[in-house]
Design a binder for this molecule. Structure first.
Ligand code: DOR
Length: 432
């Protein structure tokens, strides 16, 4: 079976290629990047002329909510949302019910992914049992069961001894530890960024220093143990600067930023809009600018969504009680392309942040269209204007701060292992 994706502008950060090519796919792998028109024989052709052909996006921070909260998201609905967003690989966080802290849960997620998933699903195992921060989970068992990394995301590992032990064990299993950096003693009772605005709105504050102190600790532990450490959802100027300096001094630290943190500021909380409530919270303009600088200069390795679906019961209540989190899989691409249009990122850098950066951090061979790579790709119309509408979302949840936004750029077709898993032409026909 030969599939040819014809005539698109292929952007592959792994080889710094930005040229019109035909991507030739056989048995789920890229077998050639041919001069357009050169390949005469094909079983299936996809016309990509006038479009960009990118390695499928890799989102290393997603909450799929299955098992346990299937009313918010499932492996099926979450991977459907991913495919619609051009995302071909998701790493899913351990804060399911029950927690993914043992092989049975990992196995369950992997079986669901195989039978119902549209894109690649890589489970992340918990660092501590039940995410309680009291004792380590069986990290060896989780690695053997197929977990790609470890994280207590949603909760910090407050006990530094456990955090250190986790790094040392993870290194022996060649797995990454992904750290949710938040000093809970400093954020307790908080609902938004601490500052003039939180005072004005009468909401409890979550100070930026709560992130900074934990990033400092984790960098110190990374330097001391020599293990790799990844900082999730970076949101403060102080944290960006610490990661920048740590990288310069040779610490094996990587970091991610989310589209909501690099697009919005705390002002989005506006009139107590719970769709602007997440953890870490939206920060100040200065913090947002620091994130943009970090994305551009290589301090930040990956753009990750922290796709965190919540139902109406969790969000349509008073701000202080509402759940933390926003969905993001269906909007990550246009929000990132915005940074290209604004001159913050080059095209290749944006594509690198959307796939190769996370792949390198996780140690997986994704985010590239080099010959021999898995044929995971997104055909993108970079100029397509569309309005992000709630009733068109593939996710089961609706908690996006970008509802009603006019967006530019969209994945029109998504391919995983040489198989079309999303195609707007077909979707629109079905939607009528
Ligand atoms: O906003 C968030 N939501 N931040 C987290 O760290 C966890 C996530 C969730 O699971 O809802």
């Amino acid at each position: 079976m030969r599939l040819v994706v014809e005539g698109g502008l292929v952007i592959d950060p792994s080889s710094r290629l930005e040229e019109a090519r035909d991507v030739v796919i056989e048995d789920g792998k890229v077998v050639a990047l041919a001069t357009p028109g050169e390949v005469r024989v094909a079983d299936q052709r996809l016309d990509a002329r006038g479009r960009w052909v990118l390695p499928g996006l890799v989102d290393m921070h997603v909450h799929l909510r299955e098992p346990g909260e299937e009313h918010k998201e499932t492996v099926a609905s979450g991977t459907h949302a991913a495919a619609a967003g051009g995302v071909t690989t998701v790493a899913c966080m351990a804060n399911t019910i029950p927690v993914n802290d043992n092989a049975a849960v990992t196995d369950y997620i992997l079986r669901k992914a195989k039978s119902e998933g549209l894109v690649n699903v890589l489970p992340i195992g918990a660092v501590t049992r039940g995410l309680k921060g009291e004792e380590l989970a069986d990290l060896g068992e989780l690695a053997e069961a197929g977990c790609i990394a470890y994280s207590d995301d949603g909760q910090p590992v407050m006990n530094s001894r456990l955090a250190r032990n986790a790094l040392e064990y993870a290194r022996s299993f060649e797995r990454l530890v992904i750290s949710h950096c938040e000093d809970r003693n400093l954020t307790r009772g908080g609902a938004m960024n601490e500052g003039d605005l939180s005072v004005k709105l009468g909401l409890g504050g979550m100070p930026s220093v709560a992130e900074d102190v934990m990033v400092a600790r984790d960098i110190a532990l990374g330097a001391y143990t020599g293990a790799r450490i990844h900082i999730a959802h970076l949101s403060t100027a102080g944290a960006v600067e610490m990661v920048r300096r740590a990288k310069r001094s040779g610490v094996q630290v990587t970091a991610e930023a989310t589209p909501h943190h690099f697009t919005l500021t705390e002002e989005a909380v506006g009139d107590y809009d719970t769709h602007a409530k997440m953890n870490p919270p939206l920060r100040s303009r200065r913090d947002r600018e620091a994130l943009l600088a970090g994305l551009a200069d290589g301090t930040i390795d990956a753009i990750a969504t922290d796709h965190a679906p919540h139902d109406a019961t969790c969000k349509h209540i008073e701000f202080g009680l509402a759940a933390f989190g926003v969905v993001g899989l269906e909007t990550v691409l246009p929000l990132t392309l915005d940074l290209v249009r604004k001159g913050v990122l080059s095209r290749t850098r944006a594509v690198e942040l959307l796939g190769l950066g996370a792949s390198r951090a996780l140690g997986i061979a994704k985010g590239t269209l080099a010959v021999g790579a898995d044929a995971d790709l997104a055909i993108v119309d970079p100029d397509l204007e569309w309005v992000f509408q709630v009733d068109r979302m593939r996710s089961k949840s609706r908690n996006s701060p970008f509802t009603g936004y006019k967006l530019r750029g969209r994945a029109v077709t998504t391919v995983v292992s040489g198989r079309v898993v999303h195609d707007t032409a077909r979707t629109q026909a079905r939607e009528g």
